[in-house]
Design a protein around this ligand. Structure first.
Ligand code: NOJ
Length: 576
């Protein structure tokens, strides 16, 4: 445990700045608001925050269209506000990492404005400009947000490439000047003291230089978004637009840059490709285990097979990183709930994240069980990717307004980005009464889904979060221990060991995902364990592992009674 870096021990909490806390009462979250809530975060028990983009942005991709990499969006405050926030977080032992959007800028970034101004502008080559072909775009590449990946710029007659929205032109990372400019921005924040970066969309940084057409049959793209495709089809579609040579070298450069700073700054990869760990010590420190959350239902089977593959795939010396939700995915409560046992399942999901091996990332609002926001009209949409999908559906695809609207309301990323629900007052205490927040507040704030109400309720989800986060800190093997799956045949409960040779402690974790009691029979070198935690009433603190009765939705953590502590480890704990 002592040999671990801070980011291996930390629990991260993702803040979506626009929706977290509105300090100046204009309907938009900001740094003064975040500053005020730092004590809340400290008391919750998290160790680090990841801020989604806080930079100046026309906000066409909710801030992932950056128009100034060394600034603060005026709606979020000033650079001084940012500094106050950073220092105040550090005073509370909370680290802060920023979102780093390398692949593209906003089309209103001065670099792009210059680049598009003429064919011979010195910044022309900072982006991917090409002549069209046969009266159309240079090739058939698609945008990840639907439609063509090319946009014609009539004044200069050329097309520019955009992996995401047309307002997010891709930078040309083969141009060394681009690299220098971006590394300067990275140094700017590191010099200010930020603790690292979450890297946005690194898979799309390079494109195949010869621009070969992809070979996915056009009818497969009828949906016009990549979403409707199978994994193989998507790989075929994106074959020349993602994971191109050069990314490893670029990540190595960035790693060397940040390693030159003191304090173990961290790089977190959005792209879950384990290859971006490099040799284990020269590219990204951690990358999200997205396959864990890419499932309709979090079943013990799914989790076990995910862990088996994931932990085997990680290059030696690297560290896992687990998450279940973020600003791009439906709310965890809604997605993995069954509509009946949602409260119990939400607790299991947190317990899972905090007991699996690896750094957990939580998303703001999960701690009070925020659910998907259901918007009701087109005008309420703020997610431009959804608006673009609507336009493609009602245009080329010929869907009616009603059909298209229903589809986008059911899929828009706005659903998980609504303002944080602080209390039961109007606007959930996010903004003052009478000020319309930038995205509607989920009405269930009035039904107990708010921080103030849950703070006072010992049985609330929020207090469960506090309790479990506190417990994790006290149990070193939950952080450092090796993971060993137990009873792989069990479909109802998920059980495993966290075995920590250094502290000589081995914990058993059993998570019963079922509403029925389960009997677990463990064949371990010891038959006894001492109860450390259960969310259900238990009479005995000494547990019989040859006949362990698990109550419905029980979360149980126990310490194996092993006399030869520290002598055997790993598989030695399991009887042959
Ligand atoms: C991934 C971000 O999480 C998402 O919100 C964004 O739209 C794309 N990258 C493009 O930057």
């Amino acid at each position: 445990m002592d040999g671990l870096k801070w980011w291996q021990k930390a629990v991260f909490y993702q803040i979506y700045p626009r929706s977290f806390a509105d300090g100046n009462g204009d309907g938009i979250g900001d740094f003064p608001g975040m500053l005020e809530k730092l004590d809340y975060l400290r008391d919750l028990g998290i160790d680090a925050v990841w801020l989604s983009p806080h930079y100046p942005s026309p906000f066409l991709d909710c801030g992932y269209d950056v128009s100034d990499y060394t600034g603060v969006g005026p709606e979020y405050g000033t650079l001084e506000d940012f500094t106050h926030f950073l220092m105040a977080a550090h005073r509370r032992d909370i680290k802060v990492i920023l979102d780093l959007v390398l692949n593209h800028t906003s089309d209103l970034h001065p670099w792009f404005i210059e680049s598009r101004s003429s064919l011979d502008n010195p910044k022309r080559d900072w982006y991917i400009w090409r002549d069209g072909k046969a009266g159309g775009p240079p090739n058939n590449w698609a945008s990840i947000f639907g439609g063509s990946g090319w946009e014609l710029d009539p004044p200069t007659g050329q097309y520019y490439y955009h992996a995401f929205l047309k307002e997010q032109p891709d930078l040309n990372w083969r141009n060394p000047a681009v690299k220098q400019a971006m590394w300067d921005a990275v140094r700017f924040w590191l010099d200010m003291g930020v603790d690292g970066f979450r890297l946005d969309a690194i898979a799309t940084i390079y494109e195949h230089p010869d621009l070969p057409d992809h070979t996915l049959p056009p009818e497969k793209l009828k949906t016009t978004t990549a979403n409707g495709l199978t994994k193989t089809e998507y790989a075929q579609l994106m074959r020349y637009q993602t994971h191109q040579p050069g990314i490893h070298e670029l990540m190595q450069e960035l790693r060397a840059l940040i390693d030159a700073y003191p304090g173990d700054r961290v790089l977190v990869g959005e792209d879950d490709n384990v290859a971006y760990h490099g040799n284990g010590n020269n590219e990204l420190h951690i990358v999200f285990n997205f396959p864990l959350m890419l499932t309709e239902q979090l079943t013990p089977d799914h989790i076990r097979s995910n862990q088996a593959v994931r932990l085997a795939d990680l290059p030696p010396g690297t560290w896992p990183c687990n998450t279940l939700g973020n600003h791009d995915t439906p709310r965890v409560w809604t997605r993995y709930g069954d509509g009946k046992n949602d409260a119990a399942l939400a607790r299991l999901h947190l317990a899972l994240l905090l007991t699996l091996k690896g750094t957990p990332f939580l998303y703001n609002g999960e701690e009070i069980g925020m659910t998907n926001l259901m918007l009701t009209s087109y005008d309420q949409l703020r997610d431009t990717a959804a608006i673009r999908r609507y336009a493609l559906m009602t245009g080329p695809q010929g869907l009616s307004h009603e059909e298209a609207l229903l589809k986008v309301l059911n899929t828009t990323r706005d659903r998980c980005r609504s303002p944080l629900q602080w209390d039961a007052s109007p606007n959930a205490g996010f903004s003052p009464a009478g000020i319309a927040p930038w995205l509607p507040v989920n009405p269930n704030y009035a039904e107990g889904v708010n921080v103030a109400g849950q703070s006072n309720d010992p049985g609330s989800l929020l207090n469960f979060y506090r309790q479990l986060l506190g417990l994790r800190r006290k149990l070193p093997a939950l952080i450092a221990g090796e993971y060993l799956a137990l009873n792989p045949e069990s479909e109802e409960y998920f059980a495993f060991l966290r075995d920590d040779a250094a502290s000589g402690r081995t914990y058993l974790v059993a998570l019963n995902f079922s509403e029925a009691p389960q009997t677990a029979i463990f064949d371990l070198e010891t038959h006894q364990a001492s109860l450390l935690y259960s969310n259900q009433p238990r009479q005995d603190s000494l547990l019989d592992l040859e006949q362990l009765e698990l109550q419905p939705f029980e979360i149980l953590i126990a310490e194996l009674d092993i006399t030869k502590k520290g002598i055997t480890s790993g598989a030695g704990r399991i009887k042959a």
